[in-house]
Design a protein around this ligand. Sequence first.
Ligand code: ZN
Length: 244
Amino acid sequence: MRDLILSDLHANLQALDAALADAATIGYDRILCLGDLVGYGADPAAVVDRMAAIDHVVFVRGNHDKVCAGLDTADGFNDVARRSIEWTRDVLTPDRLAWIAGLPQGPRRVNDAVEICHGAPFDEDSYVFDAADAARALEAAGAPICLYGHTHVPAVFTTADAPARPDPAHADVLHLPASGSALVNVGSVGQPRDGDPRAAYGVLDLETRTVELRRVRYDVAAAQRRILEAGLPPWLGDRLSLGR
Ligand code: ZN
């Protein structure tokens, strides 16, 4: 079973389509979508329609999805995030808003080996940035492999005695430890923040116990144009070329 991991799509249709096209060349059985389908980007309707039309997707919601659907307030959002989510709510049809409102809360157990969440297994809105956050998340995880997003930065944490090891032949393929637990963030499809502007996604292979961290180039200029045309804050476009 090979699972495609998509997180933090953020209404970036150009990035999502590039990731899906790249993934189609390597093959997969199912998609695990870790939330934040909307917010920041200019194509929320198209991204929702794209994801809703695919069979075999296991979703959890993100914090932007919640605020967009009216399930949470934008109190924790900065000005740019608030303006973009208000714009998003205005342009989405009631049907699409209802679909977003129906996305399940994480953490969500996918099978005996895997759990997915947007922020952290102990709280869907918390960030896992450092070793202390990761220790708490590993403790709280309900399965040996916990996939998370929200920070937009790829990261792998494991219980101390068993690190993940890069494959000798493919540096982007990590072998997860045979015992102990692992916490994996494959990065963001639609708004990477690790300094690499390419769309980030992952492939989890439970048979080989590996995670592949993949990056794919997409038409950043087109996504930026869409943001400007929509009248969204220009910084939301500028940051896409920086990967910040
Ligand atoms: Zn996000």
